[in-house]
Ligand binder design. Sequence first.
Ligand code: C2E
Ligand code: CA
Ligand code: CA
Ligand code: CA
Length: 276
Amino acid sequence: AKNSGGDRFQYFTPSMQKSAVSRMALINDLRTALAENQFKLYYQPIVNLMSGAIHKSEALIRWQHPERGLIGPIEFIPIAEETKLIVDIGDWVFHEASRQAVRWRSSFQPNFQISINTSPVQYKSDNFNARDWLEHLHVMKLPGDAITVEITEGTLMESRASIDQVLFDFRDANIQVSIDDFGTGYSSLSSLKKLDIDYIKIDKSFVDGIAPNSNDLALCEAVIVMAHKLDLKVIAEGIETENQKRLLIAAGCDFGQGYLFSKPLPAMEFEKLLNI
Ligand code: C2E
Ligand code: CA
Ligand code: CA
Ligand code: CA
């Protein structure tokens, strides 16, 4: 679609986003999307690799555009970050995930957990206050450990100043913290030791290359051994094959996520997976 002139998908290509007119249109549409509740959270299970049981779920945002259909996050998160709309979108994600956690905790499992993604732009914004989130949990009568916050390794490295207090507030409220896309940012595991986090998510790019005697497998093994020494649990992202799963289990990986288990699903379909 990117090279065929004039079709509607052009609207969302990077080159079109640079054109002032379509950029304005996209920004306006994003504002409307917030106001008219066009965002949806899809849920992907994170499974215990040994038992196969669902451990928690990751919430992944989609935009149900009235004319353009379902739009994935990589098409609108960057511009939402540039315009700081991501701060309001991030609040929406938190509120929606909390609402869903309340429902699944009463209908399925009393301690069901949902993991949400966050952007560095949120943490740098004056309009973001972790305490508003904690207050919201309080109002919802939801304990902090119902929510896990995923922060990418890159965010952690580039925004340490703005993130330290936030991490402290999360910890104080018992919200769990997961380092997303681990391995892509060249940070050392020992630097994570001071941060008191709970999970490391090994990025899909490493899981993709896992094969017996491969460098990627050696890297995963090393990360898993060190993470366990630091008392962190490890989640491998993007598992697509039985072979990857088998090698990750042998390497001692705790949890896995990927199309092998399930794609991200709308809440109603995710509930079928839980079928308690
Ligand atoms: P991520 O956090 O690394 O999420 C994993 C991505 O990999 C998701 O793409 C998921 O659908 C996809 N995935 C999961 N398992 C497999 C697999 O086995 N094979 C393949 N090929 N892909 C798999 P998605 O949903 O398009 O999200 C892309 C990125 O957008 C996320 O990467 C995250 O960085 C960002 N994102 C998603 N939701 C949010 C959100 O609510 N807020 C923010 N700030 N960012 C979000
Ligand atoms: Ca994530
Ligand atoms: Ca990733
Ligand atoms: Ca901990």
